[in-house]
Design a protein around this ligand. Structure first.
Ligand code: HEC
Ligand code: HEC
Ligand code: HEC
Ligand code: HEC
Ligand code: HEC
Ligand code: HEC
Ligand code: HEC
Length: 406
């Protein structure tokens, strides 16, 4: 009797072990490996998109959806275009043509029609929206000869459709868009060859937005590993950004926030967190003095030329920014970061207390003023009417004129 129970138990145990062994040998069961890979990096690692992070990093996922990063590019729909479709407000008038923005059976198009001769007409579908819509949006079209930037953009300060920056005031051949343009506005794309000038892409294999995996690297392995439920073990599938050197941490952000870096040595999409950016690209202006750095898109170059940075050991972008949150306009939060270092026992502001109070202790208003960007200037219809876009300088310094303006 006892023997039978033991044999029975033994069989159950054996069965259990063999099922486990089978699991182990055959890898995780279907539900766990069901990770949809959108695209593969040049190194073979898979991008799975932020939706696959939601189940475990719900709080970060939710706040990330509100960021300019996440929203900086998406497939164009009627809903994500901020400009008007209303007749009279949906056109850009050029010297030789009119471009109108229209809804054709639920998909947005830019229709360009010459206003002379045979009045030839071009219909271009609007396929990718670039720009979170803070300052403006520009649109890409995927044509048989590849990806191109469309001629009409939407400009927020004037709430109008405009001729895209640097396009002539007449109908011109559309500008091809390649990795050099996409690199700062999307997470990953692989053109049909590694040639930097190719503009042929498989649209279904693009990871849009500046998504989780832009800063953390492709995460297919991490998701599979964590879904297996062995999170208690040391997870080495992703690089811990907190453990990187100061320069490596800065490089993650500088890959897009240090100017155009048009001196490209390797394909920009090959760069991954932990890599050394200078091995991938350089700025032509990196040897010029900081005064000539433009405020547009070069927060890195400006920050590293300020004393706060050069005379402290730890400062990097995360000293003041939470990369997972939209913190635009939260001056109280940013000022608390200044005060965190500028304590009474160190160097503090030398203006009078009355003046400080009159300015609501708003350090950034005087020491990181908003300055018009030279490179982000938008030409409106008449050539002389150009509207520069204000960008907050990251050269933290003393600007006597900022006080004079108060
Ligand atoms: C099934 C749950 C699960 C999913 C899905 C998941 N994670 Fe994680 N992730 C974890 C756990 C648990 C940890 C903590 C692991 C540790 O401390 O060793 C973690 C840690 C991390 C870390 C910190 C790494 C470090 O060491 O600093 C990052 C970054 C991260 N995950 C990003 C992502 C991204 C991006 C996605 C989506 C593409 C994702 N995770 C999907 C469970 C998950
Ligand atoms: C080196 C990185 C980089 C490259 C390359 C780049 N951009 Fe940008 N772009 C930025 C940054 C950063 C901003 C945000 C403004 C700032 O910080 O000055 C921006 C802002 C924009 C905006 C306004 C978004 C908004 O609403 O705030 C548009 C539109 C835009 N870029 C389009 C393009 C197009 C089209 C190309 C390719 C021809 C391009 N960009 C290439 C980094 C880049
Ligand atoms: C713009 C770059 C960027 C993006 C986009 C980004 N992260 Fe992070 N993330 C970072 C940095 C940098 C750190 C390290 C913070 C530090 O050490 O100060 C970090 C830390 C983390 C950590 C570990 C520490 C913590 O805060 O819990 C997790 C988990 C994480 N990120 C998940 C995600 C997920 C999930 C997404 C997308 C929903 C995402 N991240 C998007 C840059 C980014
Ligand atoms: C792949 C390129 C890329 C990387 C990497 C990147 N950014 Fe950005 N960032 C952008 C672009 C593009 C914008 C402008 C988005 C828009 O408005 O359309 C932006 C906007 C921002 C903004 C302004 C947000 C707002 O609401 O106005 C901050 C702050 C910022 N980035 C900080 C960081 C930090 C910190 C890191 C590193 C952890 C980082 N970025 C990494 C491309 C990038
Ligand atoms: C990581 C610590 C740290 C943070 C954060 C920080 N600073 Fe500084 N700051 C310093 C150090 C160190 C110096 C150099 C002090 C010296 O010259 O002895 C400095 C210098 C300055 C100076 C003098 C600059 C000059 O050119 O003479 C100003 C102004 C200043 N900081 C303002 C700010 C403001 C405003 C903020 C917030 C936006 C800020 N700091 C954030 C550490 C910091
Ligand atoms: C000393 C604090 C501090 C540090 C360090 C810092 N920033 Fe900022 N950053 C700010 C403040 C303050 C703003 C303005 C926020 C606002 O008003 O919405 C800002 C705004 C921005 C913007 C939006 C600019 C605009 O006007 O549209 C970008 C992009 C940005 N930071 C990127 C970076 C990057 C990249 C780094 C690292 C190289 C960095 N920041 C380091 C304080 C800082
Ligand atoms: C109304 C504009 C204004 C505001 C607000 C302001 N500052 Fe200043 N700050 C100045 C000016 C102007 C100077 C230079 C004064 C001089 O040279 O006599 C200065 C000087 C400084 C210095 C250098 C002092 C030295 O001895 O060299 C630091 C550090 C500083 N400010 C930090 C801050 C911090 C931190 C805040 C926020 C709590 C702040 N400032 C708010 C205008 C301002």
């Amino acid at each position: 009797m006892k023997k039978k129970i033991f044999v029975g138990l033994g069989l159950v145990l054996l069965g259990f072990i063999s099922v486990k062994l089978y699991d182990y040998l055959s890898g995780p069961s279907e539900q766990y490996t069901d990770v949809k890979v959108i695209a593969y990096h040049y190194n073979g690692e898979g991008y799975v998109g932020s939706e696959s992070c939601m189940e475990c990093h719900g709080d970060i996922y939710e706040t990330h959806l509100q960021t300019a990063h996440y929203n900086t590019s998406e497939f164009t729909t009627l809903d994500n275009i901020h400009g008007s479709f209303e007749e009279g407000k949906n056109a850009v008038r050029l010297m030789d043509a009119d471009i109108t923005i229209v809804d054709k059976n639920g998909h947005p198009f830019q229709v360009a029609r010459l206003n002379y001769g045979d009045r030839k007409q071009f219909d271009w579908s609007m396929d990718i929206t670039i720009g979170s819509g803070l300052k403006g949006q520009t649109f890409l079209t995927n044509q048989p000869d590849g990806l191109h930037q469309l001629q009409a953009s939407y400009f927020v300060p004037t709430d109008t459709w405009i001729n895209s920056p640097n396009y002539a005031n007449m109908l011109v051949p559309l500008r091809p868009v390649n990795d050099q343009c996409l690199k700062c506005h999307i997470t990953f794309a692989k053109s049909n060859n590694e040639n930097l000038n190719s503009n042929m892409y498989d649209m279904s294999r693009m990871v849009l937005g500046v998504d989780c995996e832009k800063c953390h690297g492709p995460a297919e392995k991490h998701v599979i590993f964590q879904r297996k439920g062995i999170g208690t073990q040391k997870d080495t599938t992703l690089l811990a950004l907190a453990s990187l050197s100061r320069q490596q941490r800065l490089d993650v952000c500088a890959s897009c926030h240090s100017g155009l870096r048009s001196n490209q040595i390797q394909n920009p999409f090959k760069f991954l967190p932990g890599d050394t950016l200078s091995k991938f690209s350089k700025n032509f202006n990196s040897l010029r003095p900081s005064s000539s750095l433009d405020v547009h898109g070069n927060q890195f170059g400006l920050l590293i030329s300020s004393k706060c940075f050069t005379q402290s050991e730890q400062m990097d972008c995360m000293t003041c920014h939470d990369p997972h949150r939209n913190q635009r306009g939260q001056s109280g939060y940013f000022n608390s970061k200044c005060i965190g270092c500028h304590q009474p026992n160190t160097i503090t502001c030398s203006i009078s207390e009355t003046k400080m109070a009159a300015n609501n202790n708003n350090c950034i208003q005087c020491h990181m003023p908003i300055i018009p960007s030279r490179s982000m200037q938008v030409q409106l219809t008449k050539l002389e009417e150009s509207t520069p876009i204000g960008v907050r300088t990251h050269n933290i310094a003393i600007y006597p004129e900022a006080v004079a303006n108060e």
